[in-house]
Write a protein that binds this ligand. Structure first.
Ligand SMILES: NC(=O)c1ccc[n+]([C@@H]2O[C@H](COP(=O)([O-])OP(=O)(O)OC[C@H]3O[C@@H](n4cnc5c(N)ncnc54)[C@H](O)[C@@H]3O)[C@@H](O)[C@H]2O)c1
Length: 303
């Protein structure tokens, strides 16, 4: 069924693919972003230039028409869902305190306004960085394999901390308002034209890629994951690892982990699939019925 969906950060890398996918599913989309959408998407979806760190702008934007028209429709239904991607997508784009301020304020404003305006489905972009390895000061290990959503997260860096806070904001509001808030812990996002370069690195030098958990997220599969989040209702607050199925290497998972990590530092909590990604997407498959369409082996030709 066609839904009215607000996407934040739709002009960014993941957002453009998400908007394309939502349109292909027959949904109506409004994009909230500081930046414009590039053509041809801008012909199909309106971008309301919105600073999400400003609560007033967020409230107003969530009550906005979806398109500019003359005249406007006399009345329009409320949006069915918000997919919140906007923010600083890594450390060091701006000083740390600004990363924290914008990412947490934007999430707070979106979640509070959506809940108070009666929007019952919110999807938040979190990151596998919350597991604390990617941007640690120095070399840090994952607690166990596969990395599943239940492990305690306590990252040292500010970007990841802002994502942990965003998840907690979602959890608190889901409890208070009885709505669905699904947080996606996204892996390094790979666009179609990035496979050769990214996987040459992943395959050639696996020791370096502990920081990505030897896992990745195809940008088109990410769009599908967001869409599945919109379809599934009634799960309350949930965290999902939003990564693809396989490890980013041709070496089987257990073997690669044994080769790469110092002896005695590795704990397995269950038997893993032969090529299963060390960051596990099992929960997303079981609860949302996710099936990947874009395994990396389809696109990496150099191997
Ligand atoms: N790209 C990755 O590898 C990756 C990995 C894990 C998680 N994520 C998360 O996924 C989301 C999308 O990532 P991306 O790679 O598409 O990022 P991106 O930087 O390409 O896009 C982010 C968008 O947010 C907008 N934005 C930033 N601050 C804003 C504000 N105050 N108000 C309104 N808009 C604002 C930007 O203009 C931009 O269009 C982010 O939340 C990021 O943290 C990304």
């Amino acid at each position: 069924m066609s839904k009215r969906i607000i996407v934040t950060g739709g002009s960014g890398k993941a957002g453009r693919h998400l908007i394309e996918y939502l349109l292909s599913q027959g949904h109506e989309v409004l994009n909230l972003d500081l930046a414009p959408l590039p053509p041809p998407l801008n012909q199909h979806v309106h971008t309301l230039q919105t600073n999400l760190a400003d609560a007033g702008q967020v409230y107003s934007a969530l009550l906005s028409h979806f398109k500019l028209s003359e005249p406007f429709p006399a009345s329009e239904p409320r949006p069915d869902a918000v997919i919140h991607l906007a923010g600083y997508a890594r450390n060091m784009l701006v000083p740390d305190n600004e990363t924290f301020r914008v990412n947490t304020a934007a999430t707070y404003n979106i979640v509070e306004a959506a809940c108070r305006l009666g929007i019952k489905k919110i999807v938040l972009a979190s990151s596998i960085c919350v597991y604390g390895v990617t941007y640690a000061d120095g070399d840090v290990d994952f607690p166990s394999f596969p990395v599943e959503e239940e492990v305690d997260v306590n990252p040292m860096d500010v970007y990841s901390l802002s994502k942990v806070c965003s998840e907690r904001i979602g959890r608190s509001f889901a409890r208070r308002f009885g709505v669905d808030v699904y947080a996606l812990r996204i892996g390094p996002v790979i666009a179609p034209d990035e496979y050769e370069t990214a996987f040459a690195g992943y395959i050639g030098d696996p020791a370096r890629w502990k920081v990505h958990g030897w896992s990745y997220t195809d940008v088109r599969d990410l769009a599908k994951m967001c869409s599945l989040c919109i379809e599934k209702t009634g799960l309350g607050f949930q965290i999902f690892n939003a990564v693809n199925d396989s490890i980013t290497n041709q070496i089987p998972t257990a073997e690669l982990l044994q080769q790469t990590l110092p002896e005695g530092t590795m704990t397995f909590t269950r038997e893993m699939g032969k090529y299963e990604a060390p960051i596990s997407n099992r929960k997303m498959k079981e609860l949302l019925g996710f099936k990947e369409d874009h395994p990396w082996q389809k696109y990496y030709t150099a191997g």
